[in-house]
Design a binder for this molecule. Structure first.
Ligand code: IPE
Ligand code: IPE
Ligand code: MG
Length: 246
């Protein structure tokens, strides 16, 4: 799959990816799970590059879920260490590629060194004007929705908003993705067919693309394939096919 075969006027503005399969990739290669996570960083680099080349505006990567805290402590510790390393090592590369990085999720629950490296990388890439890379860390869709409800209730109690002002638009503005369009395309690797608590509100009308490829093997060419598939779909938003075509 080459980039030139894609329709330039039908590139999604926002692509979200559930990067899954590192553990199985490691097992297949006779290694421990941590090695699989390390190899996953190469896939991230390639996909970020490909997204930039396509002119995708926002790329959200599910890197660590709220539920992932329940994994064995060794694996969680290794993932946190890997995160710090990857963030430190990749920031220059992100700047070279004009990529702005932000993070969403319960960031306060991350270890202090991860938080501070993350803040530094976010700050150091904040002036970039290309791809907006959104890392979902200690993130879950239900957590985010509950947080939004809390904020709205607080504002209501302070008489900052009334019941009638609570709309879908206002609710979206209280999510961690406020200001970012909903993803048109959601990709999950590793052959699993589930959402695992990712962007529950935002994927209401996303197109889903599932691939058996394990995350460490995923490259920008696979992203281009997913977008080719996306470009062949008819997005109806509840209307009929006839309405869409006319
Ligand atoms: C995805 O790979 C990475 C994280 C969830 C952090 P997994 O670690 O879930 O890999 P599998 O699903 O066990 O193969
Ligand atoms: C989802 O993958 C979370 C991330 C990719 C960060 P998991 O491997 O944790 O998902 P489940 O638990 O198998 O659904
Ligand atoms: Mg998994």
């Amino acid at each position: 799959m080459v980039i030139d075969e894609l329709k330039k006027n039908m590139i999604p503005r926002h692509v979200a990816i559930i990067m899954d399969g590192n553990g199985r990739w490691a097992a297949m290669h006779g290694s421990n799970r941590i090695f699989g996570h390390q190899q996953g960083v190469d896939a991230v680099r390639s996909v970020v590059e490909g997204a930039g080349e396509l002119g995708i505006e926002h790329l959200t990567l599910y890197a660590f879920s709220t539920e992932n805290w329940d994994r064995p402590k060794d694996e969680v510790d290794a993932l946190m260490a890997l995160l710090v390393n990857a963030i430190v090592q990749e920031t220059d590369n992100l700047n070279d590629k004009n990529v702005r990085m932000i993070a969403i999720g319960n960031l306060a629950s991350l270890p202090n060194d991860v938080q501070s490296q993350l803040e530094e990388a976010v700050q150091r890439t904040s002036k970039n004007t290309g791809l907006n890379l959104i890392l979902a860390l200690s993130y879950s869709g239900r957590w985010e929705i509950v947080e939004a409800v809390r904020q709205i209730v607080r504002k209501s109690q302070n008489s900052e908003i009334t019941e009638n002002q609570i709309t879908e638009c206002l609710f979206s503005d209280h999510l961690s993705t406020a200001g970012i369009p909903d993803p048109e395309l959601l990709i999950r690797t590793s052959g699993e067919y589930r959402i695992s608590n990712f962007l529950l509100w935002q994927i209401a009308y996303s197109e889903f693309y599932f691939t058996p490829i394990l995350w460490p093997d995923f490259r920008k060419e696979n992203l281009f394939e997913a977008i080719t598939d996306f470009q062949c779909r008819e997005r109806r938003f509840g209307k009929t096919s006839e309405q869409i075509r006319s």
